[in-house]
Design a binder for this molecule. Sequence first.
Ligand SMILES: Nc1ncnc2c1ncn2[C@@H]1O[C@H](COP(=O)(O)OP(=O)(O)OP(=O)(O)O)[C@@H](O)[C@H]1O
Ligand SMILES: [Mg+2]
Length: 353
Amino acid sequence: MRIAQTRIRNFRNLENALCEWHPGLNVLSGPNGAGKTNVLEALHIITGWGAFSGSRCSDTVRWNSEGGASLAAQAEGERSALIEAHIVARASLRVDGKACRWGDLRSCVQSLAFLPADMALIEGSPAVRRRFLDVLCALVFPLYAFKLSEYRRITQHRRYLLSQGHSPRITQETMAALAVWIWECRTEVTSALEKCLEKWNDLLPRPVALELKRGGAGNADDLLEDFHRSCAILAERERASGTPLVGPHRDDLLLSCESRTAAEVLSRGQRRRAALSLIMAAASAVQERYRAAPVLLLDEVTSELDASGRDILMNCLGRSGWQVFAATAESPLPQFDGAAWKLDAGKIERISS
Ligand SMILES: Nc1ncnc2c1ncn2[C@@H]1O[C@H](COP(=O)(O)OP(=O)(O)OP(=O)(O)O)[C@@H](O)[C@H]1O
Ligand SMILES: [Mg+2]
């Protein structure tokens, strides 16, 4: 599915914008503060992922406007759908006029975002990489978001019991079953990612190997047995720290180059290229699963790349066959096939093809 048209009203600094989007690469350019990230955030909401992290949906309503923000998108592709979001204190969502949930929007148009903070995929904490795996798993496995929230709830309960000095035994069976299910999903997407990464070799500065390191667990093949055994081994430490130490909430996606961590080996610009390659690989994995093209939302896409890195990236985006929305403050724009859009003070205008 791709987004053919959007109408954005009273959303952050965008007062009223109607856009007919290119089915391939859309490059959004303009000065700082023009509204490029705001357009990507509107698309992030319309594709079911909500406001960008750190914001609530209600923050996106244009200041001093009345009646809330409204977003409408016409999606085309395997089928067509009208997606609408009306945001006041909360967002109310509709597909083809029928009220729906965030998950319904995610399965309507599968989008993946790359934001400046995702640079931390390579060098940041394990939580950044877990989030990346979770986004991919949520797109690939329909029950994933639900099971993950159940897992978080039971882990929270275990943390509470431990902090009160009670036995956490009561949480063990439920937690184990959910942990195993999540580990199986994450293992499957990790190998899909590693396989798909090969397709983006020209963007990847050096070969990167991927491995899911299960939180607190050993390496036994039987995940359920491994979970219980690890809990028994770490029981004393769990009690002392008051924190659950075994399970997917402690996982990490290990990225290595020639047996060192990728963060050690790669320079800053190379890390950015590697992080972008991971997003491209994730999009390829989604496409293989759904046999449908994903939509990419990429912010500050060219920063820290040298001239050849920029050309390679534009070439990869162009040949992907996916619909891409890429924002850059850079001027002049690099060469690309697609549509160029200019933003200025919340106004958006198509300036090419
Ligand atoms: N709720 C809101 N109502 C009105 N304007 C808002 C709201 N929230 C943010 N803004 C404005 O939106 C502008 C920022 O837009 P945005 O982050 O999209 O810029 P940008 O083009 O991505 O800039 P940069 O190149 O610096 O990343 C800011 O000027 C900010 O004041
Ligand atoms: Mg921005």
